[in-house]
Design a protein around this ligand. Structure first.
Ligand SMILES: C[S@@+](CC[C@H](N)C(=O)[O-])C[C@H]1O[C@@H](n2cnc3c(N)ncnc32)[C@H](O)[C@@H]1O
Length: 293
């Protein structure tokens, strides 16, 4: 791979970029801070003919009455891009779960604790501390509790809904405000043989007829502190007596505010996991407590 670069006045940079893109596999252009110049880069699969390209640049500059920019060419050391991408997306381990990408299919036994996730355009590879915190919390919960209905609120890629299905084989709702998430969640659920237990919805919080009539033994919500506080009254109402809420997406400094919103409504803090700056809260609704409005 070869890289060509030149500096051109901002107004003319796209013209030089166009010229180079006739031969290059990819080009880019961006402003150099503080000078009115752009750096135009072009990447070539094969060594380009430097003098010929410079001649074209000179002629183009002449036609624009500009001083000709000079093209520098460097060889970019070869890289195994596939290996690089795969290294970056190496499996994530959280408790008994191992979350891997599609390229790792077959390396880990399907149907066990391995979760295959291709997040597509949705959030949730398992790499973020908030997601890992939820996976750890679910894994620990499964050692003590049987869950019969669960809800993953803000499902993104569907990773937490799939984890819950792997643990409990129970009917699970996965909902997200982003309509893309439902499609990504269904695709991932199929790859993990979790589809039979899953139903997806698109909704802002609980604003959906199905969500407003169901109660769950488990609600996992990795959203953000603000929405979690706003959703507290309905989330608590949607928890069955004795049910657990696993809340994440909260920064350490926001944890007390989120916690207060839920404690005020009768939940008890059962566990707090801390990964980096991201706490995950596990809260329990008492068997007979009627949450305050
Ligand atoms: C941090 S991602 C979590 C994704 C995945 N559950 C995970 O743990 O990796 C938060 C998700 O919540 C969704 N979300 C944010 N606000 C929401 C709301 N009010 N109602 C439903 N979903 C919401 C976002 O679209 C996003 O997919």
């Amino acid at each position: 791979m070869w890289r060509g670069a030149l500096l051109a006045p901002a107004a003319f940079a796209p013209v030089f970029q166009d010229l180079l893109s006739a031969e290059a596999a990819a080009t880019s252009g961006f402003a150099v801070p503080g000078g009115g110049l752009w750096l135009v880069e072009a990447f070539f699969a094969k060594a380009p003919d430097g003098p010929r390209l410079q001649g074209q640049i000179d002629r183009l500059a002449g036609s624009l009455a500009l001083a000709p920019p000079s093209l520098t060419l460097d060889r970019v050391p070869p890289r195994d891009w596939l290996a690089e991408v795969e290294r970056q997306s190496s499996p994530v381990v959280a408790g008994r779960f191992l979350v891997h990408g599609r390229h790792d299919r077959g390396r880990w036994p399907a149907g066990g604790w391995a979760i295959e996730i291709d997040p597509g355009r949705a959030f949730g590879t398992g790499r973020h501390d908030s997601t890992r915190g939820c996976l750890l919390a679910l894994d620990r919960l499964a050692r003590r509790r049987r869950i019969r209905r669960s809800l993953d609120l803000g499902c993104g890629s569907g990773i937490l809904a799939i984890a819950a299905i792997k643990l409990w084989r129970a009917p699970t709702l996965a909902s997200d405000i982003d309509p893309l998430a439902a499609a990504e969640t269904l695709r991932n659920a199929r790859a993990n043989a979790a589809r039979p237990w899953l139903r997806t919805l698109t909704a802002n919080g609980f604003r959906h007829a199905v969500l407003m009539r169901c109660r769950h033994d488990l609600i996992v919500a990795n959203i953000l502190a603000g929405p979690l506080v706003k959703l507290a009254p309905e989330l608590v109402r949607r928890l069955a007596p004795g049910g657990r809420a696993v809340l994440s997406g909260i920064l350490s400094r926001q944890a007390s505010g989120v916690l207060a919103a839920y404690l005020r409504r009768g939940l008890r803090l059962e566990r707090r996991l801390q990964l980096g700056d991201w706490p995950t809260l596990v809260l329990r609704r008492g068997p007979g407590i009627m949450p305050r409005p």
